[in-house]
Design a binder for this molecule. Sequence first.
Ligand SMILES: CCCCCCCCCCCCCCCC(=O)SCCNC(=O)CCNC(=O)[C@H](O)C(C)(C)COP(=O)(O)OP(=O)(O)OC[C@H]1O[C@@H](n2cnc3c(N)ncnc32)[C@H](O)[C@@H]1OP(=O)(O)O
Length: 500
Amino acid sequence: MSSVWRSTPALLRRQLAHAQAEPAQRLPCSCFSSKSQPRLPIASTSRSISSSSKQADANPSTLLTEHSVPQRENEAVTRITSLMKLGERLASQAGDFSMPAKLRGIGVYDKDRKAPLVELEEGEELPPLPQVRRMGDSYVQMDLLFSKDESLREQYVGGLSKVRMGRLMEDFDSLAGAAAYRYVLPDGADIATAHKYGFYLVTAAVDRMDLLRPLMNPDGAVPDLRLSGHVSYATSSSIEVFLRMSTIPSSASEESSTILLGRFAMACRSAQGGKHPVPKLVVDGPEEAAIWSMGREMREGKKMRSQKSLQKTPPTAEEAAMLHELFIQRAEVYDRKTATPADVVMMSDTRVNSAQLMHPQERNVHNKVFGGYLMRLAYETAYSTACLFSRSAVTFVALDELQFAQPVEIGSLLLLDSKVTFSPLLGEHHSFHVSVEAATCDLYSGEKKVTNVFHYTFAADKPLQRYVLPRTYRQAMQWLDAQRRRKVGIEVRQAYDQAP
Ligand SMILES: CCCCCCCCCCCCCCCC(=O)SCCNC(=O)CCNC(=O)[C@H](O)C(C)(C)COP(=O)(O)OP(=O)(O)OC[C@H]1O[C@@H](n2cnc3c(N)ncnc32)[C@H](O)[C@@H]1OP(=O)(O)O
């Protein structure tokens, strides 16, 4: 037993022991599940757990178990996995799903003009918008055939010979938009003509993205990838799109394997301002009914999570006690009586910042910056933060709930502020959490507005050699928040692992 372990008092020790003993974390780094596919590590523990930690495990802290929302997420994920076949059925039924490369702003950009309203040409008539839709009507798919297309590999493989996850995230945003447009528009309508109907779709949120298997084949080659999606739930003016990234089977006998699952929420807006209605979603059969009710539960879960967030309510008594114990235990660091130990990094010392101008070339039809572009920029900042902290190669594991609450204006300065918010304190672990706050700054007035906060989980190739400590109250809340998110992430992965 290490001296650190012995000196850690009960509550913190219980939490640490619980974290060490989480089943999803027992997997070794290059882990394989009971299924034959390699699984991504959340973390690993090769160290034997002391008798005190075993005892603690029998009576774990309630800190990581008391939230009801993760339970819902877990249930939903189990259903998603069992409903994976639905996507394949919708794919086989879908007609032509050709898509434009991007739906960019119309005409020449003029900062003083709103996005132009498009008038119909004389005699031009538009087919009426549908009132009712089925999931299959929205199905979209895009294949990335890296094995056949060298120029595609060139676009997607980054400098460290890994597939650029940020680039794929950008595609996911476009794909979610394409599925949502197909849903709202009449059959066969060109997505690029949507503006003629006087509405547009914006990404309101990304509910989750989980990478379930490595993006690389064991031989280091990039597999051919299929990105697909369809609408899974709709309210009166918003749509949820379920997305999947899978391998493309090379023969009829081979099955495709799911690499990543994600869910996006798109809001339909009128070009004149305010909401624009979307068709009613009619479900076809029990699989679709299950995926629809899951969408509704996720909406409720979102509201609940927002009410319980640490921005609105104080930490629980246990969370507060855990922080206090951390403060007592690491008093020598907080009092700055000694040099910061080699295995400790203060949260602010993990920061990576960037500033970039938002140009009209990345604008959507409403003259705001594309959500997918922001996701790419934020991801690459988070990735750099993660490598610098772990001093190793890292793999993306998950993106947690992300709200696009404020649009990013063209011409503004985008400021990204990234830092490691949580890494486990004891034991041999690979996974940790990075948050990126995105804010825009008006170059003439200097007015700053936070537009999004991105929360990522990464896994380092090597066991982590250091852990991050909060110094301010705000950082302490971020440290607790990351642990809550970690709990959801672990439960989600367990649900995937246990799904039939
Ligand atoms: C490579 C592949 C090739 C494919 C190639 C195809 C290309 C072809 C397609 C391209 C497609 C590109 C699509 C990208 C589109 C952007 O990238 S848009 C840019 C990023 N997003 C933004 O800038 C959005 C910024 N945020 C906002 O404008 C506002 O916060 C929002 C989202 C409109 C919400 O405003 P609000 O005043 O809160 O609106 P509110 O009236 O309360 O809500 C409206 C509805 O949205 C819902 N909603 C609001 N927030 C949320 C939320 N967080 N979660 C869920 N629902 C929400 C509400 O529930 C409500 O629904 P209903 O109850 O009416 O049914």
